[in-house]
Design a protein around this ligand. Structure first.
Ligand code: GDP
Length: 138
């Protein structure tokens, strides 16, 4: 069982000023922040991060969106982190997200859906290392 996951508060939520409220939800759900930074992904870096979706029809749109403004990246620690965090953020499409989830509260569409959460322990590690050096992971 993993105890770490990776998240990004996406450009839409950053633009709307929801960063603080989302971090509060994350803390109140029992996650400990063990790394955090605000940064702005280039098209190149956004494309690398989402390379697994390269063949999907929405890849171009996703890269444009994720590079359009600043994001907040973080590593979070909690027992069963990956699964519990996916529950906290809700379904990819906010129209299908459960009440009280981050995406239900703050996302506006399936593309602009406010937040990212790793989908496996393996990807949590890969994504964490994409943003943070060993010295930056506490
Ligand atoms: P997640 O694990 O819930 O983030 O969902 P996926 O791994 O399936 O997709 C990654 C990201 O691609 C999503 O969070 C969305 O930002 C974006 N995405 C997924 N499906 C679509 C779509 O149909 N259209 C657009 N524009 N973006 C999408």
């Amino acid at each position: 069982m993993s105890n770490r996951t990776f998240t990004m508060i996406k450009p839409d939520a950053t633009e709307k000023g929801h960063t603080g409220a989302i971090l509060k939800m994350i803390n109140e759900a029992g996650f400990r922040i063990v790394a955090m930074k605000m940064t702005h992904l280039s098209r190149q870096k956004a494309g690398e991060f989402y390379a697994v979706h390269k063949e999907r029809p929405f890849y171009g749109e996703l890269v444009e969106f994720m590079s359009r403004g600043p994001i907040t990246a973080a590593i979070l620690e909690k027992e069963n982190a990956v699964e519990d965090f996916r529950k906290l953020i809700g379904a990819t499409n906010p129209a299908e997200a459960a009440e009280g989830t981050v995406r239900k509260l703050y996302a506006s569409s399936i593309g602009e859906n406010a937040i990212h959460g790793s989908d496996s322990d393996e990807n949590a590690k890969i994504e964490s290392d994409f943003f943070f050096s060993k010295l930056e992971q506490f």
